[in-house]
Design a protein around this ligand. Structure first.
Ligand SMILES: Cc1cc2nc3c(=O)[nH]c(=O)nc-3n(C[C@H](O)[C@H](O)[C@H](O)COP(=O)(O)O)c2cc1C
Length: 213
């Protein structure tokens, strides 16, 4: 009987409603103090509320310095939208466990992806991604310590870009790309704008840019 009620209370604690109440309660206490969460902490708490992250994972993500890996690549000819969906599902499952967040952008024929997380976790994943036959011409655009997670609320955000947007994006993320001058930024997607804001004109390691055809 006692065990049943303990079990029941544990189940209740594991509901989204309970987690949201607990967060609201903690936020009320922190309001106006130095413990008030930052925007990034709020985004992670939102993932906790949805049941996507445990508190220990959030603690890890906040205390481990973030590493950014940005690359572009060319999709295997004949790659379908269903293939891209498979990649995304696979990514989201693995990345939650590995504490990785980021953005995958796909455009007919090309990818740009940002991986952010602990350096070792990011490099382990990137080594697997580079071997993946679903794309080629993988070109590193950034591989460096960062100051913050730009996509903390996503295990892997996804957005699709038009060929023009893709070309423009890669050109502006890579000083070696042939920058396309247009009177206006042809990008309106908020996630791509975040990527541009964070990484535009970053230093590119010495390898040829093979992403844009
Ligand atoms: C463009 C692209 C992006 C990918 N992004 C991820 C990712 O963010 N996380 C992930 O776990 N797998 C990602 N993958 C899949 C990996 O390449 C690989 O299939 C997966 O890590 C399983 O590898 P394994 O079978 O060697 O464990 C991506 C693949 C491609 C082609």
């Amino acid at each position: 009987m006692v065990e049943d009620s303990v079990q029941q209370s544990m189940n209740e604690e594991n509901t989204e409603e309970y987690r949201r109440r607990a967060i609201a309660w903690a936020l009320a206490f922190a309001r106006g103090t130095r413990l008030e969460p930052t925007d990034q902490e709020r985004l992670l708490l939102e993932r906790f509320a949805r049941g996507e992250l445990a508190l220990t994972q959030i603690e890890d993500m906040l205390t481990t310095p973030v590493h950014h890996l940005l690359y572009c690549s060319q999709a295997r000819p004949g790659l379908t939208h269903a293939d891209v969906e498979d990649i995304l599902k696979e990514s989201q499952l693995y990345n939650v466990k590995a504490g990785i967040t980021g953005l995958l952008c796909y455009s007919e024929g090309g990818f740009v992806q940002l991986l952010e997380g602990a350096q070792e976790a990011v490099h382990t994943l990137y080594a697997k991604i580079k071997r993946d036959a679903r794309h080629h011409g993988v070109t590193t655009l950034r591989d460096a310590a960062g100051t913050e997670r730009w996509f903390a609320q996503w295990s892997m955000a996804f957005t699709e870009a038009s060929p023009l947007e893709y070309f423009w994006l890669v050109s502006h993320l890579s000083p070696r790309g042939s920058a396309l001058s247009l009177p206006q930024v042809p990008i309106t997607d908020p996630q791509l704008l975040t990527l541009l804001h964070a990484f535009r004109h970053v230093h590119v390691p010495d390898n040829p840019n093979t992403c844009t055809n």
